[in-house]
Ligand binder design. Structure first.
Ligand code: ZN
Length: 466
């Protein structure tokens, strides 16, 4: 790391500490005051986009957007369109997607681009990798949001006893689970990042040495580690265990509580800057609505009332000016709580995230019609078996393959799993489901997707079934 970069990094983090104070103040505001802040920030963002982003400037100059701007008049952006038009969306003409891709190919740590930007990319679990660019102030806000998450877990910077925090996440500095700790690692907290792609034995050994106070990781990884602890190979005593990046099931939460007697927190985040975090009181994750606006919508992008399951969300970042993110499609299907939380925070809560809509499998029903099978139906059946540690549903042209990693000595459940799954699918209208159960020792290879895990995989061209 060269010296100017180190100085920049310290400045960015100092700014983040100040931002953190402001963010924490917002947690004591009323809903009305928060909504006023959102509207002020939104007006500034939309105005900025219409002046500085070629794409939005064009829409404004041809009358397709008119002042005063209304968020709902702005076009909805899917990831593919967003990336195709990336060069027209960014507000600094020096940022060109092709150049950013060259930069990303060489990033090995916390390097700046053009001396002021940090460039991240998504894992691409929905098939389209997106690129996100933050200027230094925007990055400080990401750091501040990450400090808010830590403080909601009861960890504050500058505390005399700096607790040791281990994140088992993506091994790539292009992913925020790795990059944020890296950029903040100048002494406020004691951070360690371990790659989720490493062999389990190696992770166990490192964790045994580190003895973390907080462990953060993908829930699928936490489940495996809980099993390692149960079997006497892992010996850690974390006080806080936090999951993120994948759904955290009720069963896993219970398992983690039992194994480690730790407080469990669920964290939701996207690389684009949408973040949500559980509080200590009620169910659900508070959306950081001072930093962004979330619209839960149905398949046709019509608003879905709180308390109901949407098909996707539209996210608008209130603090991203380098790269305006306005009504940006995220394929998570979620339910927002209709009631405020009893902790008093003004932020709405995500009550449930039922997977991604691109995890929906289309199976053949009677008369050849397509039956949409939501991931929740697989969870329902498979998570009712305590013996199953982890699973993967693979849709093949000749049927479904259920790959199960079970607790040792529980090989006898195949028949029961197959029978219950058949019943479930029949109840949904799939008349003759073809199911194969495979018991496997490990469920390989996280390396393809930045360490993330995919429960549902389709090897069938979905168009093929009508
Ligand atoms: Zn709360």
């Amino acid at each position: 790391m060269n010296k100017p970069d180190r100085l920049r990094r310290i400045e960015d983090l100092a700014r983040a500490v100040a931002y953190r104070q402001a963010l924490i103040r917002h947690e004591y505001w009323t809903r009305t005051r928060l909504e006023e802040l959102q509207q002020r920030r939104l007006a500034r963002l939309l105005d900025w986009a219409a002046r500085r982003s070629p794409l939005y400037r064009e829409l404004a100059s041809t009358g397709r957007l008119s002042r005063p701007f209304n968020l709902h008049d702005f076009p909805i952006m899917d990831k593919k369109t967003y990336m195709e038009r990336f060069d027209e969306i960014v507000t600094d003409p020096r940022l060109r997607l092709s150049r950013l891709q060259e930069h990303m190919a060489c990033v090995s740590g916390d390097e700046y681009y053009l001396g002021k930007y940090r460039v991240l990319t998504t894992a691409g679990s929905s098939g389209c990798k997106t690129v996100v660019v933050f200027n230094r102030k925007e990055w400080s806000l990401q750091e501040a949001a990450s400090m808010r998450i830590a403080s909601m877990m009861g960890v504050v910077p500058f505390s005399r006893r700096r607790p040791k925090l281990v994140t088992i996440g993506s091994p790539s500095p292009l992913h925020d689970s790795y990059r944020l700790p890296l950029s903040m690692d100048i002494g406020l907290y004691r951070y360690h990042s371990l790659p989720a792609t490493a062999p389990i034995e190696q992770l166990v050994e490192q964790l045994n040495t580190l003895q973390p106070y907080i462990v953060r990781g993908f829930p699928s990884m936490l489940g495996i580690l809980a099993g390692e602890q149960t079997h006497g190979r892992l010996h850690i005593r974390p006080s806080i265990v936090a999951g993120g990046g994948e759904p955290l099931s009720r069963e896993l939460r219970e398992q983690v509580r039992t194994v480690w007697q730790a407080s469990v927190f669920d964290i939701y985040g996207t690389q684009e800057g949408l973040r949500a975090m559980e509080c200590e009181v009620d169910e659900g994750m508070h959306v950081f609505e001072d930093l962004g606006i979330v619209e839960v919508v149905d398949e046709d992008n019509r608003p879905v009332p709180d308390g109901n399951l949407g098909h996707r969300i539209l996210f608008t970042s209130l603090v991203g000016f380098t790269q305006p993110i306005i009504r940006y499609e995220i394929s998570d299907m979620m339910v927002l709580a209709p009631e405020p939380c009893s902790c008093g925070r003004p932020f709405r809560r995500i009550l449930a995230i039922n997977g991604r809509n691109d995890d929906v499998l289309y199976l053949e029903g009677s008369d050849g019609r397509r039956v949409a099978v939501h991931p929740v139906h697989f969870w329902d059946v498979l998570e009712s078996f305590a013996e199953i540690r982890q699973y993967q549903v693979v849709h093949e042209p000749d049927g479904l393959r259920l790959r199960l990693m079970t607790v040792e000595g529980n090989g006898g459940i195949s028949g029961m799993v197959s029978e219950q799954m058949t019943q479930k699918l029949r109840s949904l209208g799939v008349d003759h489901p073809s199911i194969r159960v495979e018991l496997v020792g490990t469920l390989e290879d996280r390396s393809r997707n930045m360490g993330k895990w995919k429960n549902i995989i389709s090897n069938v061209h979905q168009e093929a079934i009508r």
